[in-house]
Design a protein around this ligand. Structure first.
Ligand SMILES: Cc1cc2nc3c(=O)[nH]c(=O)nc-3n(C[C@H](O)[C@H](O)[C@H](O)COP(=O)(O)OP(=O)(O)OC[C@H]3O[C@@H](n4cnc5c(N)ncnc54)[C@H](O)[C@@H]3O)c2cc1C
Length: 402
């Protein structure tokens, strides 16, 4: 027999959306249990960017000073190298936020920080190594979650289940929610290479004919994201890794003396990119947020920020009702009404860039001119404030009201 637990709110997934939602709800007095299937947050494939509007939320929670004590790099601008030309694409220094920079920080540090703060709250529980496997439904209403934890099967009964289990959400599939898939022309190969003292001191992107690499500076090493055409990984992996090493060196020449740190394909991980959105984010008793509601493309590195903003909106709209145990279906729809527009607009921009820039770069076989929009950013620096706002703050930034 499975053990049975009860919580007012059970959050599935301890990523940025789930942990922030769990923290905010518990902080507002709601009995909350977060389930995370992994034993820790130490995974490489999560976004490393903490955006100005997320930093603003952390400030509003009174935690900014503590947070900024964690090792991080401040990026006041974001640049891309197209051939030999460096183009500054966004400048955050004039944003109307307290922090006018993106903090680059491994996401496990961010999640550990959130979990540590949340664990101080009496209403918060985090069950690590606990994988949700299905929903419990009674009379057309979701009333809980089935999961397997370290001590075996468990059933969690909850007034509300929040599915924050990411872009391959099992919970949204179990609920039968309809997904609109918008497609992506690329996947990403993810690997680390050593960093030397005289390397550039900032994260950046590099674009060459047929290739793009995102380089995230993580102190002693570079976290690299090498963009490949969708579904192209198997063909690449059939070849010797040497060809891949050469391609990295051709795109980012200063790495050429250390690409042999990639011993074989085991050192290179495939991240599949998808862009999709649920038509309806909720069912009675269940709400999807973050990538579970709208899987984001890595373009602009905005997915973490959107996930956090969804969590803030969820807590703002639902905490008092959950505390009073008086939540109804329209309350859940209110979260979609508030957050769908930011997700929809951001995805539309990502899809435009995927089609007009990424697809063309991946198909190109000779050097090309940067597109007009990028050249305008070069000529009129003031224009860099627009991408800065879109990337750094997002559409309709949320504020903590709980
Ligand atoms: C290649 C790539 C690079 C990216 N780079 C960036 C970037 O630099 N910056 C950025 O902001 N965004 C980036 N993104 C997007 C970003 O990763 C997501 O938008 C963001 O992580 C969404 O947060 P989330 O909390 O909704 O989901 P996730 O971060 O996916 O978290 C979901 C959590 O749920 C857990 N989980 C899943 N299933 C279960 C289950 N059944 N039971 C219990 N737990 C479960 C998972 O282990 C995970 O911890 C990138 C995406 C890709 C594909």
């Amino acid at each position: 027999m499975p053990r049975t637990l009860a919580a007012t709110c059970c959050v599935v997934g301890g990523g940025p959306a789930g942990l922030m939602a769990g923290f905010l709800l518990a902080r507002a007095g709601v009995d909350t249990l977060v389930l995370e299937k992994h034993a820790d947050f130490l995974r490489d494939f999560r976004g490393d960017t903490i955006h100005p509007s997320t930093l603003q939320v952390i400030f509003e929670l009174g935690l900014l000073d503590d947070f900024l004590r964690l090792p991080h790099r401040k990026a006041f601008q974001i640049s891309a190298w197209i051939g030999d030309r460096k183009i500054v694409m966004a400048d955050f220094r004039r944003l109307p936020t307290l922090c006018k920079f993106i903090a680059f920080m491994p996401q496990w540090d961010f999640l550990d920080f959130l979990a540590e703060q949340a664990r101080k709250l009496p209403n918060f529980q985090l069950a690590m190594s606990t994988a949700a496997s299905g929903l419990i439904e009674e009379g057309g209403r979701i009333v809980g979650v089935r999961a397997t934890g370290a001590e075996g099967p468990v059933e969690i009964r909850a007034r509300l289940v929040i599915a924050a289990d990411g872009r391959v959400s099992l919970m949204r599939a179990a609920a039968g929610l309809e997904v609109e898939d918008f497609g992506a022309p690329m996947d990403v190969l993810w690997f680390r290479l050593p960093r030397e003292d005289d390397d550039p001191a900032e994260s950046f992107g590099r674009v060459a004919p047929g290739r793009m690499v995102a380089m995230i500076e993580r102190g002693s090493y570079w976290q690299c994201g090498y963009v490949i055409p969708k579904g192209g990984a198997d063909e690449l992996r059939r070849k010797d890794i040497e060809a891949f090493r050469e391609s990295i060196a051709a795109t980012v020449p200063f790495l050429s003396d250390r690409t042999d740190a990639l011993h074989d394909w085991e050192d290179v991980r495939l991240l599949t990119v998808q862009v999709d959105r649920l038509k309806t984010w909720s069912r009675p008793g269940l709400l999807c947020i973050g990538d579970a509601a709208h899987a984001m493309s890595p373009i602009g590195g905005v997915g973490v920020n959107l996930a956090v903003q969804d969590a803030v909106a969820t807590a703002n709209l639902l905490a008092a009702k959950l505390r009073a145990q008086m939540i109804d279906d329209d309350d859940l729809s209110a979260v979609q009404r508030r957050r769908e527009f930011p997700a929809r607009l951001t995805q539309r921009i990502q899809l435009f860039i995927q089609k007009r820039v990424i697809s063309r770069v991946l198909a190109a076989d000779k050097p090309f001119e940067p597109p007009l929009a990028l050249r305008l950013l070069e000529i009129f620096p003031v224009l860099r404030q627009l991408p800065a706002r879109l990337i750094g703050m997002g559409v309709r930034p949320e504020h903590v009201r709980t």
